[in-house]
Design a protein around this ligand. Structure first.
Ligand code: FMN
Length: 160
C-alpha cells in the first residue's frame, strides 16, 4: 500500500513519531517546513501529524489540508502534546473536520506526550522531559501496524 505522511514539528517531538510510523509503514515522509508542494496522487493512505498548538494541530498543517483538492482517501492523524486528549479537550476535532470536508475518511488517531515549556510549565523547566520516549515509539509502531491492517482490509473490500 502506498502511504504518505505529512507533518509539521516545531521542536522535533512529533517528528520522532512521524519517523517511527513511516518506518513501519514504508511511507514517504513530507516535512511541511521543508517541502511546500506535495502531491498526494497515487497514495492510498495518508497520515497527518503535528504538535498541538492552542488546542489544535499546527496551523501550517491545517492550512495544507485547506489547500488540498477533494480527495476520497483514507487518512490517519497523530500528534504530540502537553495535555492528554479527553472528550472536552479533543484537539483532533479541528483537523478531523477539515479532512472530512475534503473527502477523507479518518480511520485512526494517535497521540502521546511531548516535552514542553509552554505557559507556566516553563517555571518548572518544562514538563515531559525526554518524551516521546521508547515506550511512546513502541506504541506508535503498534499503531502503525494496526492502521496498515485496517486500511489493507478496507482496500481489499474496495477492489473485490
Ligand atoms: C506556543 C505553544 C502552544 C501550545 N499549546 C498546547 C495546547 O494547546 N495543548 C497541549 O496539550 N499542548 C500545547 N503545547 C505543547 C506542544 O503541543 C508539545 O510541546 C508538542 O510536543 C510540540 O510538538 P512539536 O515539537 O512536534 O511541534 C504548546 C506548546 C507551545 C510552545
Amino acid at each position: 500500500m502506498k502511504v504518505a505522511i505529512v507533518y509539521r514539528s516545531i521542536r522535533g517531538n512529533t517528528k520522532i513519531i512521524a519517523e517511527a510510523i513511516s518506518k513501519i509503514m514504508g511511507a514517504d515522509l513530507f516535512d511541511l517546513s521543508k517541502v511546500k508542494r506535495i502531491s498526494l496522487d497515487g497514495y492510498e493512505l495518508i497520515g497527518f501529524g503535528s504538535g498541538i498548538y492552542y488546542g489544535k494541530h499546527h496551523r501550517d498543517l491545517l492550512k495544507f489540508v485547506d489547500m488540498l483538492p477533494h480527495l476520497e482517501k483514507e487518512a490517519f492523524i497523530f500528534s504530540t502534546s502537553a495535555f492528554r486528549r479527553i472528550p472536552l479537550l479533543d484537539f483532533d476535532r479541528v483537523l478531523k473536520k477539515r479532512l472530512e470536508r475534503k473527502g477523507f475518511g479518518v480511520i485512526a488517531s494517535f497521540s502521546c506526550r511531548g516535552y514542553t515549556n509552554y505557559l507556566f510549565f516553563s517555571l518548572f523547566g518544562g514538563i515531559w522531559k525526554d518524551r516521546p520516549n521508547h515506550a511512546d515509539i513502541s506504541k506508535a509502531e503498534e499503531f502503525a501496524r494496526n492502521v496498515l491492517r485496517i486500511a489493507s482490509y478496507h482496500q481489499a473490500g474496495v477492489s473485490k
